[in-house]
Design a protein around this ligand. Structure first.
Ligand code: HEC
Length: 159
């Protein structure tokens, strides 16, 4: 009789804990992220070619009023190490691609970020003017954002 009560008690406790855990786990919310990385639709060996995923709806339309220095500094590093500077200068004229100075006068923030994140669908490909297509450098949204802060900082005094 005693053993039966004990077993019943333990069972009830496990059940109660289970219900609590279920409720609690249900309330843990993913923070809202603009980048949704970790594409599970492809095996890892194909992922190199997959563009980073992002939620375009969450990307702000407008440029920030002022560039954030720490982001601009990180952005400069990315610009120099991820291939951008091979094709783009900032204020030194065209290379294989357009000079990116004053980009914020030509494109809004969202459009600029999307060009970096997904050049294939945002740009027309090769043109008479530029002999190469811009490749997808697989930046995350955070990296693209940093590059844009860098470009904004280098674009002071644009008309
Ligand atoms: C192999 C050369 C190449 C590389 C590398 C490259 N781009 Fe480009 N990019 C281009 C070309 C060419 C265009 C213009 C395409 C067009 O107008 O259709 C372009 C266009 C752009 C534009 C739009 C410019 C405008 O005036 O509207 C942005 C922004 C840009 N690139 C950012 C970047 C960034 C940031 C990187 C590095 C992560 C990068 N690009 C790497 C070739 C390149």
């Amino acid at each position: 009789m005693r053993l039966k009560n004990l077993v019943l008690g333990i069972l009830l406790m496990v059940l109660a804990l289970g219900v609590l855990f279920y409720r609690f786990a249900g309330e843990v919310k993913e923070p809202e992220r603009i980048v949704i990385d970790g594409d599970t639709s492809k095996p890892w060996f194909l992922k190199e070619d997959t563009p980073r995923r992002y939620n375009a709806e969450k990307i702000p339309q407008l440029w920030p009023e002022e560039p954030v220095d720490s982001l601009a500094e990180w952005g400069r590093e990315i610009f120099l190490t991820r291939g951008c500077s091979v094709c783009h200068s900032v204020g030194e004229g065209e290379r294989l691609g357009p000079d990116l100075k004053c980009l914020h006068r030509r494109r809004d923030f969202k459009n600029s970020a999307l060009v970096i994140l997904n050049p294939d669908s945002m740009l027309s490909g090769t043109t008479d003017r530029y002999p190469v297509e811009m490749p997808n450098q697989r930046l995350t949204y955070e990296e693209a954002e940093a590059v844009l802060h860098f470009l904004l900082k280098e674009s002071r005094g644009c008309p």
